[in-house]
Structure formats: C-alpha cells, structure tokens
Ligand binder design. Sequence first.
Ligand code: 3HC
Length: 310
Amino acid sequence: MNGEQRFDALIEADHKVEPKDWMPDGYRKTLIRQIAQHAHSEIIGMQPEGNWISRAPTLKRKAILMAKVQDEAGHGLYLYSAAETLGISRHEMMDLLHAGRHKYSSIFNYPTLTWADVGAVGWLVDGAAITNQLMLTRCSYGPYARAMVRICKEESFHQRQGYEIMLTLCRGSDDQKAMAQDALDRWWWPSLMMFGPHDADSTHSAQSTAWNIKRMSNDDLRQQFVDMTVPQAEFLGLQIPDPDLRWNEERQHYDFGEIDWDEFWAVVKGNGPLNRERIENKRRAWDEGEWVRAAAAAYADKHSSRSAVA
Ligand code: 3HC
C-alpha cells in the first residue's frame, strides 16, 4: 500500500492521522489554516476579557477572570504546538497573523463595554466554542483532536462562570438586569457568526468533511448552539434579540432569523469595530516580549550545551 492508499484507509476506517503519516498537501494546508486560526483566536481572545481584570467587581471575580484568561493563553499554546507538527513554525504563524494573512475568529473584534459583557462572553462565546470544539475532538488529525479534549474540559468552566455572572446580574437590581440584557443584545448575533457562513457558502466544508476534519456542518453546529442556549436565556429572564426566534414543533428545533452577512464579511475582512486595535495590541505585545524569548532561548542553549558536555 502506498502513502495515499494508507491515508485513504485511515480516513475510511475513521482512525487518526498522525504527524509522521503521509497526508495530501491539501489536508496539511487546511489543517495549518484552521489550527493556526484557532490558536490565534485563543490568544487575541484574551484581549476583550483581559480588559476587565483590573475592573472586576470583587476579588473572587478578578481571580476567576485571571484564571480564565490564563487558560486561553494555554489553549493557544496547545494549538500552536499542534500546528507545528504539520511543519509550520510558531514564528511563521505569528508573522502571518501580524501581516493580516492569517485570520482569527470575528467575535474578538467586538468591544467589552460593561462587566456584563464578561458574563455574556463566557456564556455565549465560550458556549459556542465548546459546541464547535466538542465536534473537533473527533477530528481525524490526532494532535488537534487530543488538544481539543484538554481544551473542552477547561472551556466548560469558562462557560459556567460566564453564565453565573449573568445569573447574578439578572437576580440583582433592575439596572444590573438591564446591563445583562444589553450585553445579550450586543453578543447574540456575533456569537452565531462564530460558526461561519451557511453551508452553501462555505469554502472548506465539503473537503473538510470528506477528510473527517469537520464532523458536523456550520449550520448544524449553529442550530445545536441555538437550541441549547435559548432555554438558558429564558431561565435568566432575558430576551434574545431575534423577532423570528420560535420553537418549531415539527422540526424539534428553534427557527431563528438571518445573520447580517454583510456585517460578518466586513468583520472577517478586517473592518470590524476593533480589528485594528486587536492586531496593534498583539504586535506590540510580541515586540515587547522579544527579550523574554531571547532570554529563554539563551538559557536553553546554555543548559543544553552544559548537559552535552557533562
Ligand atoms: N471568523 C473569522 N473567519 C471565519 C469565521 C469567523 N467566525 N467563520 C469562517 N471564517 C472564514 C474561514 O476561515 C474561511 O476563510 P479562509 O479560507 O481564509 O480560512 C472562510 O471564512 C469560509 O469559511 P468556511 O466555513 O469555508 O471555513 P471553515 O471550514 O474553516 O469553517 C470554522 C470555519 C467553523 C470557524 C472552522 O474554521 C473551525 O471550526 N475552526 C476551529 C474553531 C475556531 O477557530 N473557533 C474560533 C473561536 S476559538 C474561541 O472562541 C476560544 C474560546 O476559548 C473563547
């Protein structure tokens, strides 16, 4: 059996493809694209919530938020490591991100205006991420699927702490409940956009599905997220900002309105509320962190040469 036949047999048998296995260039390329984008999303995603660490309302909330933002950094590192097994270096991925040639999730280009946004981000954004990432634990590429298992465990804490913030606000004063409703109004539709374009408009879905990278379609995952989240909003006593949202007994799913795809593509193409700031902050952090990378590399060289001599 040649490499291609072995690869096809692995996919056919629903087994994992590992870094040392032969794989089509297109498989490698689309995985580098998706895993790097996922990793960039984790790292850029630290900015909207990091913005509230110094302004958290209590020490407990500050500690929880710090732990969450730190987790996101770790998720980024797992995913950069998974991408590196495909032959791209971390520096290359950083350069491509800073040059605007790698994407990150559109959701992180929206501002976090109040403390309720921290709740809405945990509840909705991490909730949407979990919906997608649970599917990715069954991805055919071994290192990516295994990174997802670890990340999903931590992501559920992220979603629960966000929902708990929303519950606290909704059980608080009228002003606090209004703040929670305002955050839901602003984060609902951008969260649905996280699942990508409709299946019919998806560039990669057909091939990614054939290669067992994607196990569910963009629209099916979005539907799963809506079905899970609407009852949670009802429990909070909050209104989802969609006049077309209603339970469809026949489908056993919620029907919901159409996403503003002009807004989606504008944000994806770099014209969202905070795209420029997010990348400027990221570039500045990378430049300011150069001395740390140089010191760590010097330390590693010194110790590796010392152990070689010993
Ligand atoms: N933001 C930015 N770009 C998006 C996007 C979004 N929400 N949705 C789709 N796109 C881009 C795709 O990258 C692709 O562009 P490209 O060819 O230049 O890469 C184009 O739009 C067409 O979309 P497709 O449906 O064809 O793309 P995919 O098959 O890759 O599906 C996806 C899109 C579902 C986002 C898929 O890439 C995926 O599952 N990615 C991994 C999960 C991920 O990245 N989640 C982002 C959030 S991570 C997060 O929230 C962390 C949490 O801890 C907070």
